[in-house]
Structures are given as structure tokens and as C-alpha cells.
Design a protein around this ligand. Structure first.
Ligand SMILES: CC(=O)[C@@H](O)[C@H](O)COP(=O)(O)O
Ligand SMILES: NCC(=O)COP(=O)(O)O
Length: 237
């Protein structure tokens, strides 16, 4: 079964627009779980423009499904993750000023750094995942660094999918096969939506998890959160 982890960054973005507590981010996370989400993903950024450190501490003891924290492994991020102990940490190579994630790690060039950081989390009993492009060498070096999983950065797939679905999926199938051969678990995320998700799943049914935020929360404006989560889960069958 491929799990659906709902990324609630966008919910926090709406909350922060007014400075109050509407919508309540923790309540939305718990409702996502009630509506069928298999996990919750947050990506706290250094400027706290959406998810804040305080949100992460608040929701951790209340969540009943898998909690995935994504982010750049700065000293502050590492401290947060080690204190909160989510089920999974996903390392993303984002600069603090980036609008959103726009690349995977160069796992070859950062092998030493990633090995050290992954080891810290592994020793704390936290499953690790490394955000990479659909590139066999990057997957291989993630395995060498000691990752439990890789998360394939799916923005290039999402961009090409409407015009050339077969061309779009081809490198992702290759990278997914490499991950499987190396015994790595497999996640995917970024710009997945109701149009492109089922094709990804049908071609790579051994995906462990997808994390989806931007499109899912946008769809919920029209469909409501419960129907939206059901629709995304239906794409994973
Ligand atoms: C790693 C990844 O693709 C997502 O975490 C994405 O970066 C979401 O972050 P924003 O919600 O800040 O765009
Ligand atoms: N890891 C990807 C993620 O959490 C959500 O990305 P997006 O759906 O907001 O593009």
C-alpha cells in the first residue's frame, strides 16, 4: 500500500496571514487523519513563514499516524527533530530564502555531511529519507550515506506529465528500480495532484509514501478536505 501523507504547510500559511489561530493547524492535521490520511508532513522553514517550531511540538503527541518532518539539516532543525522524534525525517537541500523546494541533494558531493547527519537520526531511532532527483547516481549515493529511503523530487514529472506522460515517468521508473535494488524504501513528492498521481502509482506501485500539500489543500477549497483526501487515496489504488 502506498501511504498518503498530507503536507499541512499551506494550512499554516493561511493561519499566519492573519496572525491568529484560524485555521487551527493541529486540528486540521487531526482532521486529515480522521478523513483517511496515513500521515502528516510538515516542512518547517527557518523564517517560520508557515509551520512554526511551536506547531511541531504541539501536534507531535496528538498525531495518531506517521509524522514526517522535512527540511534542511541546520543545527536548529536537527535539534527540533531529535527532540520531537517523528517517525521519519526527510532531508531537503533548501536554502533558507527559497520559495519552495526546487532540487534534490547532490548526494555524491554531500556524501560526508549526509552520512554524519543520517547517522545522528538513525541512532535516535528515526527513519531517514533523502530528497533526490530521479537520477540513479543520486539514489546510489543516498544509499551509501546510510539513508533508509529516498524521496523522489517529482516536480519535473508533474511539469512534463500533461504533454508527454511516458517520457515524464521514464526516469522515475529507473530511479525507483535502483532504489528497490539497493533495498531503499521509496517516497515521492512535490507538485503531485489529482491528475498525475494515479499514473505515478500505476507505474511505480512499490512506492511507500507520497507527501502532497499544495495541490491537495487547493483542491480542498472546492471539494472540502474530507472528499479531497478520499479522492487522493483513490488515486493510490
Ligand atoms: C520537499 C518538498 O517538496 C516539499 O516539502 C515542499 O518543499 C513543500 O514546501 P513549501 O510548502 O514550503 O513549498
Ligand atoms: N515532500 C513533498 C511535499 O511534502 C509536498 O509538496 P507539494 O505537494 O506541496 O508540492
Amino acid at each position: 500500500m502506498t501511504k498518503l501523507s498530507v503536507n499541512i504547510n499551506k494550512v499554516a500559511t493561511i493561519r499566519n496571514a492573519r496572525g491568529g489561530d484560524t485555521p487551527n493547524v493541529t486540528k486540521v492535521a487531526l482532521d486529515c487523519e480522521s478523513f483517511g490520511a496515513d500521515g502528516i508532513t510538515v516542512h518547517p522553514r527557518p523564517d517560520e513563514r508557515h509551520i512554526r517550531r511551536a506547531d511541531v511540538y504541539e501536534m507531535r503527541p496528538l498525531l495518531r499516524t506517521e509524522f514526517n518532518i522535512e527540511g534542511y539539516p541546520s543545527p536548529e532543525f536537527i535539534e527540533l527533530v531529535l527532540q520531537v522524534k517523528p517517525h521519519q525525517v526527510t532531508l531537503v537541500p533548501d536554502e533558507p530564502s527559497q520559495i519552495t523546494s526546487n532540487a534534490g541533494w547532490d548526494t555524491k558531493r554531500n556524501l560526508e555531511f549526509l552520512t554524519e547527519v543520517l547517522d545522528l537520526f538513525a541512532k535516535a531511532g528515526i527513519r531517514t529519507s533523502v530528497f533526490v532527483a530521479a537520477d540513479n547516481e543520486m539514489v546510489e549515493y543516498a544509499a551509501k550515506a546510510g539513508a533508509d529511503r529516498v524521496e523522489l523530487y517529482t516536480e519535473p514529472y508533474a511539469t512534463l506529465f500533461p504533454k508527454e506522460p511516458e517520457l515524464a515517468i521514464a526516469p522515475f521508473i529507473e530511479a525507483a528500480k535502483t532504489a528497490r535494488r539497493l533495498g531503499l524504501g521509496l517516497n515521492a513528492g512535490h507538485d503531485l495532484n489529482l491528475q498525475n498521481l494515479n499514473y505515478l502509482y500505476k507505474n511505480i506501485p512499490w512506492l511507500d509514501e507520497v507527501s502532497i500539500g499544495h495541490a491537495l489543500i487547493s483542491d480542498a477549497l472546492y471539494l472540502g478536505l474530507e472528499k479531497t483526501i478520499r479522492a487522493y487515496k483513490d488515486c493510490l489504488r
